[in-house]
Structures are given as structure tokens and as C-alpha cells.
Ligand binder design. Structure first.
Ligand code: 0A1
Ligand code: ZN
Length: 897
């Protein structure tokens, strides 16, 4: 905890560490109250003679320091809050440091901490320094040999990275295990786990015929819920071999589930630690969405073994080097898994659904971030607390930047670039530039005379670019000119800089198709090929392309498959959008056209609410929704996406000033209207989808699609106050045979008019599932996000015996869900006060989690005046908190600038 202003660390200030550290030996005497760590570090000086040896440490008690066999006195070293410095004279040094830490008291969940009765570590980004003094930076890579000692009854399992060399019993009921990791790694990839777990395992053979063991550890009693995670892991191993030629490099690969975890999961070498919500699943307790998330996160952490661990980051500014790339890889893995075994047409639709979900996530979380005070390039230029930069920008926009390189190079070119990247950098700590260099080496061969110089700007520039499209059709010449121009507004701190200079252009791969007036695709000649979709490489402010042989005035299909993370401006007529929504052969662009129609309708309603005018819904809009609902050619999963209105956060971004109540009101009104006007069709969809899911449960795309359409239909019927809605929802809730249906029923019950039916179901649900924490998280979330929920309800729920702020999942399920996903409940002065109270409470407990909550209203300056003022006051109150953590302080300072 610190109250002074934290220094800002800049990307350009990088200095290599003056020592190499080839070998690390750690001995842990584990105990939850106090653990002793003895470390023996063998350094070799590579920098200037006399370079001081600076080690990071935090919340540690120092017992002793021995330098080259000589015990140091306090006067021989420098010790302060954050560093321990010794002053060696030799070039080869062994340093032995003994220190103590207190796991049970550690509520930050960084470093060594207690969860349940077990001990876990979390070291990324800078948690290793809470375990022992160390050069805690990713460019110092070492081989680790780790001895774990602990009480055998309490900690029957002692796990760390790499291979188990030996285990033996010790006196006094203790035992020890010695682990050695053959692969050099940075400290952030270190892990240990000690405790009592059950294990599900599978022996596999890797592509080259090596035997390996995959293991998933979880709390005793939950072993029946780890089958899907283990299967997903086996699929991930195979997929990385097939798609990228990357093999598992370990004899065993372990995943351990933890109840208390700040993030989703962590890719520690050979010993991944997971938030239990991304491990445990069975049909009774996990929804389809959870199954898919588990598969994705298991894949993500496994893929880090190459993109992150074998090749790691030189410094934390390069975080997107591993995260953007690994998110791209997990997205592709999930898409391939969803498309697996389907016909070509179904596979295309399944991939489009995945793309729609990923783009929706990007627009919900990253676009607002890129337009707010925390806006930063995917490779940030500076930070105060690196923990604040595990963001949607670094991860999701980072993945889009990788995807654009994939689009520019093609699948085989991208693969060649990846091969080159590993050939050059395996075993080292590198930069984003190194990655682009490898890709560029292939791109240059494919495109003589061109390079990725302009493309690199994506790594340096914040903000969502806008691409304006102009179309000129020449009927006489039967030719069509497409002009693209790009622009990116200053964002975040850029706005404070004077004078405001225009940002340099980016290379934007812009996928385009043209349709005739019947909706048929027009073949386009581009760079000597006839194509349905062309990828235009826009790399200046404004560029024009001309296409011949266009028989009549075409309708453009723009940014197909979302080929770049930009916003497109084009003056479509409603009729053109309706045509695209019915006929575009690109399923993503087709969905997008429907979303644009809905957005226009919703924005009209927002304006009407603000003007206190009557709320009219255009009949043509309802007809466009009817057409999709009736289109049996579309898969249920795709239809459910096409029939979902744009989310409140996506809509808010399109309004200025932002008026949360009006946006929520508009969306509610449109859902109610669609629910009422299309009631017979929703009923039909509900019934036919229901009969389609009588097979034994599987989370596969087909079944999940049917359930998602069914739950959507139920939600619309409830929104439209259909007379049968309560009965239908009750029946679905009480008779459900899986959690997806049960939650669909429960949400509909809680959100329909008959309050007593909702309350009864909630009571029933709690009684049924009170012993399963992950299910109780859902119970809190449905209530936190119900439109009728107010601050008083949330405060009451916080008094519930099952509630605790200390468990991040629980805090997220209630507090975060309410503050971030309940527009009607949270955006009141009472809501903002409540939020500030919780940020302050969390600040003293878990700064990482507190800082995430602190971001909830950081775009306050774009709100309508009443909300703006109330939020600002709450931020100021937080700022005055005397023990503000560096994490929260950075967010609040930026929000108030
Ligand atoms: N590297 C992990 C994310 C992660 C980051 C920080 C953590 O501790 C606070 C935990 C996990 C990933 O990308 O999955
Ligand atoms: Zn990651």
C-alpha cells in the first residue's frame, strides 16, 4: 500500500539487466501462517563492472543474505520498501537469501496465498517479488530447481513446474518434493501448489511419439466435473500440433483449479493455475457458455506454452506479444472445434457465430476503453502499475492486430511467419517488433516492393479508427469506384497534448464485396484474380479502387468478417441494409447489417425518450426481425445472434452525451415490442428448439444453438409480457435437465412481471445449489443484473451469509455485475456512491480487483450532466482515501484528468 505518487515507467527507458541468472535453487518451508523461502541464485555479470545487483521484494521479512559464502551485515546491502541491493565485486556470484512471507494474511492473491486449505502462487506480472527477493522481470530467464516441504496431512500434494525428481517423508509429519524445470523461464512463470486435490489424468502421445501425461487437479468431491477440461486440454495439444506444428515439450502438463483467483487462469510452465470457473463443468451446473469458455481458456493457457513461455516478453510493454497472439490462437482453436465435423455451409455459419461473439466482446469492452481515459496502444507507452494493463486492448485488440497479419499473409504465409518467429527467437525474451519482423520477412517475399512499415503503426496508436466509404457507380462505363479514407480521433491523454496533430495512417485490410439489387454477389477483378471478396490494403489517408464489369448500381458489403478493428461510416439506406441482412453471402456482414438496422431503430427510440415523444417502432424493422425468425436456412445459433439487439454498452458508445436511462429504456421498449408483435413466432421457436434438445446433453454448436434460440425466445416472451410467459418460464426452470435451460428459465422468471414467481424460483435455486460456489455466483448475478434491482437490493444481498468481498468470483458476481451490467440500477447517484464504497473496501484487500471496479465509470465525462457530476464526486472521494493502492490511484488519476 502506498500513498505517494507512483513513478511512471516508460517503454523507451528499457535497460537490460546487468547480470545473467542461469540457475535458481529455491527451498520452501511451507506453512500458511508463515513460509520460509531460501533462495540460492547464481549470477554472471554481463553489464559494466561494479554494477549493483538490484533485487525486487514486497511484503517480505528478510532473514539473511550471504554473498559468495560471506554473510552480509545490514550495512553491506541496501534495503528499502521495494528493493534489496548488494554490491558485488566479482563477475560470478552466488547469493543466498532467506526470507519469510505470510500466505494466510495475503488477501491480494498475488505471490503465495491461501485458497480453501491449499496454497497457491500467482506471479504474473510482478508477484514473484512477494515470494522472495529476485530480479522480477521477464527478460531474466533461469532454470529452476525447487524443493517444497510441508505438512503431509495438510498438503499431501506438493507441485511445481517441470519434472518431479524425488519425494520423501521428513520428520514431524512433514514431507518434501523436489522439482526441476528443464526449460529456462522468467520468474512470472514460476508456480507452486500445495494441498489436497483429486486428479483426473490422461496419457497421450505427442506428434513425434513422446509420451506425456495431462492432469487436471481440483478440490476433492469435484472430480466428476473435470472431464470437459481434460478433454479440451487433449484437443488443444492436438490442435497446436496440427495447425502450428507446435508440440508439448514436457513429460507432464498440469492444470489446477483454485476457488480464489484474480483472473481467468495462468500459464505457469507445466503447472497452469486456473480460476475454478474455467475448469469445473457438468451439465447440471455449467451453461453452454461456460463449456465454451472453459475450452477457450484451457486452449489459451496451453497455447501460451509456445507463445509466451518458449518465446516470452522482453519487458511488460510487450505484453500483447504473448497475449494478442495467444488470444488469436484460442479464437481460432474454438472456431475450429465448433466447425469440426460439420458440412461446409454449417461450418461457415459456426465460424461466423464465433466471430460475431468475439467482435461483440471487442465492441462491448475494448471500443469503450479505446475512447476513454485509459486508452492505450496495444503496446502501451507508459504505465504506473502493470496490473492495470491486462486490458481488452492488449488482449482483444491485440488479437485483431494479429488477425490482420493473418489476413494479409494468408493461412500458409502466417504459418511460415510463425515458423520463422520460433526459428529466430525460441528460448528468448523478445519484442512486438521482433514478431512483426518475422511476419514481414514472409510478406516481403509474397509482395515484392511492399513491407509492413505502415502496419506497425497499429502497435503505437490508441483509438478506434474510422473508415469512411464512398461508392461511385458509372452506369455508362459499368464501373464502380470505391474510395476509403481513414481517420482516428485523439483519445485519452492524447487529448491533453497541444497542438493536436493528425495521427499517421494505418495499414487497414478492408474486405469488400458488392451485391446487385437482388442480393446476388458480383465477382470482382482484383490484382489479376476474380473474387467474391477482395481485401483492399488501405495504407494512406485516402485511396480509390476501381472495379469494371459491374452491370448495375451495386450495394457494398463492407468490412466482411470484420477484417479490421475499425468503425465503418457509409450512408446506407434502410432498404439496402434490409437487402444485406437477407442476402449477404458473408454471414458476418449479414449479421452486421441487421445490427445496424436495430441500432438505427434504437437510436430513434433514445431520441424519442429524451424528447418525451411517443415511442414508435417502424413496422419494416419488425418485418426484418420476422424474416430472420422464420428463415429456417439459418442455423439456430446464428439466428439467435441475429435476433439479439445490440447491447446497451455498444449503444451507449454511439450516443453523445451518454444517457444510460434512455438507452436502457429504448432497448427495453424495443424488446417488449418485438416480444409482443412476434409472439406466435417466438412460441413456435421456443417449442421447436425445445424438441430439438431432447438428446443427451452436449455443449456442441448444434445443441447450444438450439438452447440459445430457445432462451432468447423465452426472454422476448417475458419482455413482451406474454400471458403464458410466467408458466413457460416456470416449467422450463423447474423441469430443466441442464444449467443452460435452468438459467434461461430463472432469468425469464426474475425479469417478468409476476414478482412472486421470480422470488420463489430464486429461493428454490439457492436451496438446491447452496453448496456449489460457482452456481451460487450465477444466483447472485441474475439478481445483480435484473432491471428491477436497486442499490438497496444489492446491499441486502451483501448481507447474505454466502456473500464475501474476499472471493473475486463472488465480488464479480454481485458487485461488478451490478455496477457494470445494470444500467437502470447502477446509474443513479446512490449507485455511484455504492460503487465508490466498494472500490474503497476492495482497495485495502485486493488492489488488482479494486482497480478493475474503479474503471466502471471512467468514461464519465461523456455522460449527461446529472450523471457526470455524481460520478466525478465519487471518483474524488475514492482519490481521497488515505491508503489508496498504486493500482487504484493510477485509474482514478487518469479518470479525473
Ligand atoms: N497471463 C494470464 C493472465 C493473468 C494475468 C495476471 C494474473 O494475475 C493477477 C493472472 C493471470 C493469461 O493471459 O491467461
Ligand atoms: Zn494469456
Amino acid at each position: 500500500m502506498r500513498t505517494d505518487t507512483a513513478p511512471t515507467i516508460s517503454r523507451h527507458d528499457y535497460q537490460p539487466y546487468p547480470y545473467r541468472l542461469p540457475q535458481v535453487e529455491l527451498v520452501f518451508d511451507l506453512d500458511d501462517v508463515q513460509s520460509r523461502v531460501t533462495s540460492k541464485l547464481s549470477f554472471e555479470r554481463v553489464g559494466a563492472e561494479g554494477s549493483p545487483l538490484v533485487l525486487n521484494g514486497e511484503d517480505l521479512a528478510l532473514e539473511s543474505v550471504v554473498l559468495n559464502g560471506r554473510k552480509l551485515d545490514a550495512g553491506d546491502y541496501q534495503l528499502n520498501e521495494e528493493t534489496l541491493t548488494v554490491f558485488p565485486t566479482e563477475a560470478a556470484i552466488t547469493l543466498e537469501v532467506v526470507s519469510l512471507c505470510k500466505p494466510a494474511q495475503n488477501s491480494t492473491l498475488m505471490g503465495l496465498y491461501v485458497s480453501g486449505n491449499n496454497l497457491f502462487t500467482q506471479c504474473e506480472a510482478e508477484g514473484f517479488r512477494r515470494i522472495t527477493w529476485f530480479p522480477d522481470r521477464p527478460d531474466v530467464m533461469s532454470r529452476y530447481r525447487v524443493t517444497l516441504r510441508g505438512d503431509k496431512a495438510r498438503y499431501p500434494l506438493l507441485l511445481s513446474n517441470g519434472n518431479l525428481l524425488e519425494s520423501q517423508d521428513l520428520p514431524d509429519g512433514r514431507h518434501q518434493a523436489i522439482w526441476e524445470d528443464p526449460h529456462p523461464k522468467p520468474s512470472y512463470l514460476f508456480a507452486l501448489v500445495a494441498g489436497d486435490f483429486s486428479c483426473r489424468e490422461q496419457a497421450i502421445q505427442t506428434a513425434s511419439g513422446r509420451d506425456a501425461l495431462l492432469q487436471v487437479y481440483s478440490d476433492r468431491g469435484s472430480e466428476d466435473k473435470t472431464e470437459w477440461a481434460l478433454d479440451s486440454l487433449a484437443r488443444a495439444v492436438k490442435w497446436d500440433e496440427t495447425r502450428f506444428g507446435l508440440e508439448l515439450d514436457l513429460d507432464r502438463f498440469m492444470v489446477v483449479a483454485a476457488r480464489d483467483f484474480n483472473m481467468g487462469a495462468m500459464e505457469n510452465k507445466g503447472l497452469n493455475v486456473f480460476n475454478s470457473s474455467y475448469v469445473l463443468a457438468d451439465p447440471d451446473t455449467a451453461t453452454d457458455a461456460s463449456y465454451h469458455a472453459i475450452e477457450g481458456v484451457i486452449g489459451h493457457e496451453y497455447f501460451h506454452n509456445w507463445t509466451g513461455n518458449r518465446v516470452t516478453c522482453r519487458d511488460w510493454f510487450q505484453l500483447s506479444l504473448k497475449e494478442g497472439l495467444t488470444v488469436f490462437r484460442d479464437q481460432e482453436f474454438s472456431a475450429d472445434m465448433m466447425a469440426h465435423g460439420l458440412t461446409q455451409g454449417e461450418a461457415a455459419s459456426a465460424r461466423a457465430v464465433k466471430r460475431i461473439d468475439d467482435v461483440t466482446a471487442l465492441r462491448t469492452a475494448q471500443f469503450p476503453e479505446d475512447a476513454g481515459p485509459m486508452a492505450h496502444p496495444i503496446r502501451p507507452e507508459s504505465y504506473q502499475e502493470i496490473g492495470n494493463f491486462y486490458t481488452a486492448t492488449v488482449y482483444e485488440k491485440g488479437a485483431e492486430v494479429i488477425r490482420m497479419q493473418h489476413t494479409l499473409l494468408g493461412e500458409s504465409g502466417f504459418r511460415a511467419g510463425m515458423d520463422e518467429y520460433f526459428r529466430r527467437h525460441d528460448g528468448s525474451a523478445v519484442t512486438c517488433d521482433d514478431f512483426v519482423n518475422a511476419m514481414e520477412s514472409v510478406y516481403i517475399k509474397q509482395n515484392p516492393g511492399k513491407d509492413l512499415k505502415v502496419f506497425r503503426q497499429w502497435y503505437s496508436q490508441a483509438g478506434t479508427p474510422r473508415v469512411k466509404v464512398e461508392l461511385d457507380y458509372n452506369a455508362a462505363a459499368k464501373s464502380c469506384r470505391i474510395t476509403l479514407s481513414q481517420h482516428c480521433e485523439p483519445v485519452g491523454i492524447e487529448k491533453l497534448r497541444e497542438p493536436q496533430s493528425e495521427k499517421p495512417p494505418l495499414l487497414i485490410p478492408f474486405a469488400l464485396g458488392l451485391l446487385d439489387e437482388h442480393g446476388n454477389g458480383i465477382s470482382l477483378k482484383h490484382e489479376g484474380k476474380q473474387l467474391d471478396t477482395v481485401v483492399l490494403e488501405l495504407d494512406t489517408r485516402r485511396q480509390t479502387w476501381e472495379f469494371g464489369n459491374i452491370p448495375s448500381q451495386p450495394i457494398p458489403s463492407l468490412l466482411r468478417n470484420f477484417s479490421a478493428p475499425v468503425i465503418v461510416d457509409y450512408a446506407y439506406s434502410t432498404a439496402q441494409l434490409a437487402l444485406l441482412a437477407q442476402h449477404d453471402s458473408d454471414p458476418f456482414a449479414r449479421w452486421e447489417a441487421g445490427q445496424e438496422l436495430a441500432t438505427r431503430q434504437l437510436l430513434k427510440l433514445v431520441a424519442a425518450i429524451q424528447a418525451k415523444a411517443p415511442l414508435d417502432v417502424d413496422p419494416e424493422f419488425i418485418e426484418s426481425w420476422r424474416a430472420v425468425l422464420q428463415d429456417q436456412q439459418l442455423t439456430p445459433a446464428y439466428r439467435s445472434r441475429a435476433l439479439t439487439l445490440p447491447g446497451e454498452k455498444i449503444l451507449l458508445e454511439k450516443t453523445l452525451p451518454m444517457d444510460p436511462a434512455a438507452v436502457a429504456g429504448a432497448r427495453r421498449h424495443l424488446r417488449e415490442t418485438l416480444g409482443r408483435e412476434l409472439a406466435p413466432l417466438w412460441l413456435e421457436a421456443l417449442h421447436s428448439a425445445d424438441s430439438g434438445t431432447s438428446a443427451p446433453y452436449s455443449p456442441n454448436g448444434l445443441q447450444a444453438g438450439l438452447r440459445s434460440l430457445k432462451n432468447l425466445a423465452l426472454a422476448y416472451l417475458a419482455a413482451g409480457n406474454h400471458p403464458q410467459a410466467t408458466d413457460l418460464a416456470s416449467r422450463q426452470y423447474y423441469e430443466a435437465r441442464n444449467m443452460t435451460d435452468r438459467m434461461g428459465g430463472l432469468a425469464a422468471l426474475v425479469n417478468q412481471q409476476d414478482a412472486s414467481a421470480g422470488a420463489q424460483a430464486l429461493q428454490h435455486f439457492y436451496e438446491q445449489w447452496q453448496h456449489n460456489p460457482l452456481v451460487i455466483d450465477r444466483w447472485f448475478t441474475v439478481q445483480a443484473t435484473a432491471p428491477s434491482t436497486r442499490v438497496s437490493t444489492v446491499r441486502t444481498l451483501m448481507q447474505h451469509p454466502a456473500f464475501t468481498l474476499r472471493n473475486p468470483n463472488r465480488a464479480r458476481s454481485l458487485i461488478f455485475q451490478f455496477c457494470m451490467n445494470n444500467l437502470q440500477g447502477a446509474h443513479t447517484s446512490e449507485g455511484y456512491e455504492f460503487w465508490a464504497d466498494q472500490v474503497i473496501a476492495l482497495n485495502d484487500m485486493n488492489p488488482e480487483i479494486a482497480a478493475r471496479l474503479a474503471r466502471a465509470f471512467d468514461n464519465w465525462s461523456r455522460y449527461i450532466p446529472a450523471n457526470r457530476e455524481a460520478i466525478r464526486q465519487s471518483y474524488e472521494r475514492i482519490q481521497q482515501h488515505p491508503t489508496l493502492s498504486r493500482n487504484v490511484a493510477e485509474i482514478v488519476t487518469k479518470a479525473l484528468k
